[in-house]
Write a protein that binds this ligand. Structure first.
Ligand code: HEM
Ligand SMILES: CC(C)=CCC/C(C)=C/CC/C(C)=C/COP(=O)(O)OP(=O)(O)O
Length: 452
């Protein structure tokens, strides 16, 4: 068996096991016999797949870790099937044990897949911290790259000005953060709360203003480092298209507008959580964590998870367990989302002296963490499905989009040349897969809570 085929089989085993866990959680929640039957049939099919994978691992030149990992997975899988069968006759209280068993098999297999791709990666695996006073990278020219202002007709100037201010608000992030707040509202509705149009529009409106404020403060604070990074050198303040004082004034105005909307049309909890999100991102993440610690993404990601609580709190006036679990999904997802970009732009981050994980610990470690955080994201997503009683749509969405995400990370190991365009493109594919994953899961939550 050649190298890519065993890797593919292992990937399918990971995905198949996750499908079983997700379907099993659904069957346990709704007690439907059809889902239970599909779960059992899939258990036989995935068992066959896993047995084939383990056998081939033993008889191919797979590394010891892969051989041991697949055997451990098979043993746990058999025990897990036993618990499942026992549960049918109610010999043991099987739901919790069976769920944990499934998560254990999934985790073993994912760890084995990581060992597999690491031990078979073509070319040198970069454990590569960038070294030296400038981390071995040359600074980019501070001038020359920057477009010089040209005089233009009045209407074009106004439009350009508006576009420049819009850029300060980081509009590209907004769709997903809004979707997250909407999913939070959906979870609230699932508890029996009533949703009205004013709450939806005002929460999203106040939220967008808040994100704009947070993004603008971030642009102000990071202007010097932004100039050192190719990806960010053309930002409005870095290129002096907007002055620091004006931008700060704009950010303060956005905070005030956001608060006015939240307090007038939503409630105090949503307003407090929005201020907390702004401070978390613009101060705790941007000023304290990002320039100082490799854990910046892990801890800072909490700011982007808060819209789940804002949406739920806007509808109920309280914070609920399902919303906390959704926020936890996003916290786990964030490193799996961002480390891809950090890999693609690690020279940039090194040049600006940000201690992003791939810069200080190397690409190899960063990819391991992407797998680990992605695995955790999928596990917490199942727990969210269990406590909210989500159905098949949610189970299939997390599985299919999760599979696309896992596969994209596996593919990153196929690129041989360090720092090449191919390597960047592969990392970007995982980044886009991360956004598609979260977006689709949030839409599934909305459909499950509002339409079903
Ligand atoms: C510490 C936390 C995070 C970091 C460091 C991070 C970093 C980044 C970076 C550097 C970009 C590229 C921006 C650009 O070049 O325009 C980006 C894009 C994006 N991020 Fe994140 N992110 C984080 C958390 C989040 C969260 C919580 C969400 C939403 C729930 C999110 C959603 C997005 C979206 C939608 C994009 C734009 C994708 C596109 O343009 O196709 N991010 N992120
Ligand atoms: C009010 C409210 C809900 C606020 C949410 C806060 C928020 C915008 C969270 C998203 C986190 C994020 C996109 C970080 C970008 O990282 P970065 O700053 O490192 O990216 P950069 O390198 O592009 O500047």
């Amino acid at each position: 068996m050649d190298r890519p085929r065993l890797t593919t089989l292992l990937t399918w085993s990971v995905v198949g096991t996750y499908l079983l866990v997700a379907l099993g959680a659904t069957a346990a929640a709704d007690g439907g016999s059809l889902v239970a039957a599909v779960h059992q049939a899939s258990a036989v099919a995935v068992g066959g797949l896993l047995a084939t994978t383990a056998l081939l691992a033993q008889y191919s030149a797979a590394s010891r870790g892969v051989r041991v990992g697949t055997i451990v997975a098979v043993i746990t899988y058999v025990a897990q099937a036993g618990v499942g069968l026992a549960g049918r006759t109610n010999v043991v209280p099987f739901d919790g044990v069976h769920l944990l068993g499934g998560i254990a098999v999934f985790s073993f297999l994912l760890a084995t897949l990581v060992i597999r791709v690491e031990t078979t990666a073509g070319g040198p695996v970069d454990s590569g911290t960038l070294n030296g006073p400038n981390h071995g990278v040359t600074p980019i020219a501070s001038d020359g790259d920057v477009p010089s202002p040209v005089s233009e007709p009045g209407s074009t100037r106004v439009r350009d000005r508006m576009r420049t201010y819009l850029e300060l608000t980081k509009p590209r992030l907004m769709w997903l953060l809004c979707l997250l707040a909407l999913a939070g509202m959906g979870l609230a509705v699932a508890t029996g709360a009533e949703l009205d149009g004013v709450t939806v529009v005002a929460t999203l409106g106040g939220g967008v203003l808040g994100i704009g404020a947070a993004g603008t403060f971030n642009h102000v604070y990071e202007r010097d480092r932004d100039r050192k990074m190719r990806r960010t050198a053309d930002r409005p303040i870095a290129t002096d298209r907007v002055g620091v004082r004006r931008a700060t004034g704009f950010a303060v105005a956005l905070v005030v507008a956001s608060m006015a909307v939240m307090v007038t049309f939503v409630n105090a909890l949503a307003a407090v959580l929005t201020v907390a999100a702004i401070i978390y991102y613009a101060y705790v993440y941007t000023v304290v964590l990002k320039p100082t610690t490799r854990w910046n993404t892990v801890i800072g990601g909490g700011s982007g998870a808060l819209p789940a609580l804002i949406g739920y709190g806007a509808v109920t006036g309280t914070v609920g367990l399902s919303a906390v679990l959704l926020a936890l999904v996003v916290c786990c997802w964030t490193p799996a989302h961002f480390y891809n970009l950090a890999i693609a732009h690690r020279e940039d981050y090194a040049r600006a002296e940000y201690p992003m994980l791939p810069v200080v610990a190397g690409v190899r470690t960063a990819r391991q963490r992407i797998f680990a955080w992605l695995g955790l994201t999928l596990i917490v997503a199942v727990l969210l499905g269990v406590i909210t009683g989500f159905g098949v749509l949610y189970a299939l969405t997390t599985t299919v989009l999760g599979a696309v995400f896992v596969r994209s990370v596996v593919k990153q190991y196929d690129v041989n040349e360090r720092n090449s365009e191919d390597e960047q493109a592969a990392a970007y594919r995982s980044f886009h897969a991360s956004n598609a994953f979260l977006g689709a899961v949030l839409v599934a939550i909305l459909v499950e809570t509002l339409a079903v």
